[in-house]
Design a protein around this ligand. Structure first.
Ligand SMILES: [Mg+2]
Length: 468
């Protein structure tokens, strides 16, 4: 690869493990989306509030500087409106989802494979891509110029190193002095010498490494492992024995051995995604329905396993970018869930509604997926209503019946296999889709969103207005 030829010091690593990945990540994504259409917000402290205006789920740099923590309840920071000019907006997932789709489209051109990892992050496979740094800078500038969104791009031999490079690119920009300024915005570890890479890893706290959660970070620190470099130098066998194969994989990835391919990433904490490329192109709505029901059911299970509820849901379908003979089509849609839900029936119903709006006949679809967004803690189990008889209308969200149904669903599937019990709409078994699941009745999406900006890019009646 020309990049490595230009930096011969990196060659031994590259020869051994020729992989290369980029991570493209939007900076303060929700806040940045708001600023695209409301430039007066640039430079002001800005937070985006979760559904029903409960707490801060995104913060601009200026808001972070005020000491506002992620997840801070609105009533605790409200006084900063008067005191510090804080602007708070309700989450506008229709806008963020649409801007995300555009960002992903532009980012995809960076390499030959893309994994959408979260609403504002994607991994790009750079194998065989010449001049990766220059292309990354060009991609970054395009996203900035065409969409108005700031991003940072990290490049490394493995996904874990690409994540780390992204952290460096972001920190070098935000916190001058944390890392060398020339690594800001785009940081390509493949261009550096082994000594330079070690130096960067040594400056990076172990808790910043992808896949090292707060619990493992604390345990590692107790063992004297403070930095990413110290983690990289641990004996993988010992790590597997004392912690897990997952952390062992992280250690190997930090050393440049690619263990995690595209599509195999561990789920990020704030979003749960289930996406898949199809074995062969899919053209029928019914097949897409089955696929999405299946993906959404899996995502819903993960959601319940981590004790969360989703406040919004993103669905996307697309044709293959690698089959130029096929007409291209790629769309995504975000629907809010109000109140937030962990109910498979409700989530699948909403996903299928989104699909109905997205689907166009005549295309050969190659990939589809569901992402659960705006995750929040479910109410404590103590509210479970095990014994009480169901009252009329008592099958609504959060009712004992809905929770018991989900508990039963999970229990049966845990014993008999993941797909033993499933919604009719996910297909298989020869039975027709359950009418209630395949064609969900329209639901009123009322939410407390008093501060929501217009859905500039997805609603004719909310188009951006330019005053003369
Ligand atoms: Mg981001």
């Amino acid at each position: 690869m020309p990049t490595q030829a230009a930096a011969p010091v990196a060659a031994p690593l590259a020869r051994q493990h020729p992989g290369a990945f980029a991570l493209v990540d939007g900076n303060n994504f929700y806040a940045s989306c708001e600023r695209v259409f409301e430039p007066r917000l640039i430079g002001r402290p800005l937070v985006v509030l979760s559904n029903n205006d409960g707490c801060a789920i995104a913060r601009s740099e200026e808001a972070k500087a005020l000491g506002i923590a992620m997840g801070a309840p609105w009533f605790r920071i409200r006084h900063l409106e008067q005191q510090a000019g804080l602007v708070a907006l309700s989450a506008n997932f229709a806008l963020y989802g649409d801007m995300s789709q555009r960002l992903m489209e532009v980012a995809a051109a960076l390499g030959c494979g893309q994994e959408i990892y979260s609403i504002d992050e994607c991994f790009i496979d750079l194998a065989g891509v010449p001049d990766a740094s220059a292309r990354a800078r060009q991609t970054r500038e395009r996203i900035q110029r065409w969409l108005g969104l700031p991003t940072c791009i990290g490049i490394g031999a493995t996904k874990t190193l690409a994540k780390l490079a992204n952290h460096i690119a972001k920190s070098a920009e935000r916190k001058p002095g944390s890392y060398p300024a020339r690594l800001a915005q785009v940081c390509n570890l493949l261009e550096l010498s082994a000594r330079q890479r070690d130096w960067l890893l040594q400056r990076t706290p172990v808790a910043e490494v992808w896949g090292v959660g707060p619990r493992w970070a604390a345990q590692l620190q107790a063992h004297g492992v403070q930095t990413a470099l110290q983690l990289q130098r641990l004996d993988p066998a010992l790590v597997r024995q004392r912690w897990s194969v997952v952390l062992e994989r992280t250690v190997r990835e930090l050393g440049g051995l690619a263990c995690i391919g595209l599509e195999q990433a561990p789920a990020p904490k704030q979003q749960i995604a289930c996406t898949r490329s199809f074995g062969q192109p899919v053209t029928e709505l019914d097949d897409l329905r089955q696929a999405l029901s299946h993906f959404c059911s899996r995502a819903a299970l993960k959601l319940r396993q981590q004790g969360s509820r989703a406040g919004a849901l993103l669905v996307f379908i697309r044709t293959s970018p690698f089959r130029p003979q096929d007409a291209p089509y790629a769309r995504s849609l975000v629907l809010p869930l109000s109140p937030p839900s962990d109910d498979t029936v409700r989530l699948v119903g909403t996903a299928l509604q989104a699909l109905q709006a997205l689907y166009r006949p005549g295309y050969r679809y190659a990939k589809a997926g569901v992402m659960l967004l705006d995750l929040q803690a479910a109410p404590p189990q103590a509210t479970l209503d095990w014994g009480a008889p169901d009252e009329d209308g008592g099958d609504g969200e959060g009712s004992g019946r809905s929770q018991r149904l989900m508990q039963a669903l999970d229990a049966v599937n845990a014993r008999l296999g993941a797909q033993a019990l499933r919604l009719g709409s996910s297909g298989g078994g020869g039975s027709p889709p359950a009418p209630g699941c395949a064609e969900p009745a329209a639901r009123p999406w009322q939410m407390r969103q008093q501060r929501r900006s217009p859905r500039y890019t997805t609603r004719w009646d909310e188009l951006w207005q330019v005053r003369a």
